[in-house]
Design a protein around this ligand. Sequence first.
Ligand SMILES: Nc1ncnc2c1ncn2[C@@H]1O[C@H](COP(=O)(O)OP(=O)(O)OP(=O)(O)O)[C@@H](O)[C@H]1O
Ligand SMILES: [Mg+2]
Length: 321
Amino acid sequence: MPTDRNNRPDSDAAPFLQVEQLGKTYPGAAAPVFDRVNFQIREGEFVCIIGHSGCGKTTILNVLAGLETASAGHVFMDRREVAGPGLERGVVFQGHALMPWLSVRRNIAFAVRSKWPDWTRVEVDAHVERYVALVGLAEAIDKKPQALSGGMKQRVGIARAFAIQPRMLLLDEPFGALDALTRGTIQDELLRICAETHQTVFMITHDVDEAILLADRILLMSNGPQARIGEIVINTMPRDRRRATLHHDPQYYRIRNHLVDFLVARSQQLSHGRAPELPPSVRPGLDEGSDTGNAADAADPGGTPAGDDAEVIPFHPRRSA
Ligand SMILES: Nc1ncnc2c1ncn2[C@@H]1O[C@H](COP(=O)(O)OP(=O)(O)OP(=O)(O)O)[C@@H](O)[C@H]1O
Ligand SMILES: [Mg+2]
């Protein structure tokens, strides 16, 4: 995969995932949850999406996974239209979605055997054990889901998605149910795997710090109805960023404040289809005249500045109107 000097995916490379004019109206609803959603993901890129509860993030992810049909628009992966689920896409669901009658080992082995039907039992077992150890569940490998805590079940879901080594990982708040320590360990592990394998990832999170740590770009979704991607924030911090030192970089606060400002104020202003169809890309805090530095102002007549104020704005997620 071509990368730039910062080991980011090459911005000139053809998009790996292309989302065009996507819309979803549930039966009986007066207005679409979202419409005219457009974005692209390059191979090897880590993209997070943030937006208020109910704006349609999970629905978008399910359409990318081929588990839900859109009411309008198209999704292409590697130039082929997504028309159903496939093993080239690994999903971690917001709920864990494990088979309750199967042990951890057999839940994951089921997915591994679907991907590599010719593998021997020994090969499957070794592969499963490696991924179970990765999420720290070696001791629980022969337990059934009902004997696990919520966070443990979530980790089984993560191991299962990683184990099929998909071309694209689709993660729906995968760390939401984890304690801070486990969350940090698995975030580090995810970063390591992505750096080693150039994994392409689309991840939903409510956690702005998690997005800044993990993502190359952050899609900011406006509130529904007719939610859209209101803006795309480019993570200008070096790709080898670390959890422990992230907050030493002044750029971290600029990006963080920009994200929080969107969620607190502009996501609501851009509801009801007021967001542009083609979201501007912004680099918070960087000088005017940088590639796309003024685009946010163009999209926001209220003139919210790219936040370069070092004070941290508190953020508490709330349900959209
Ligand atoms: N099967 C369904 N039938 C009708 N409405 C639905 C269905 N699934 C979701 N919705 C509605 O669509 C909207 C978007 O739901 P979705 O689960 O995609 O939101 P989300 O952004 O993932 O929210 P959260 O952050 O709370 O997970 C919500 O208003 C929800 O009530
Ligand atoms: Mg959701």
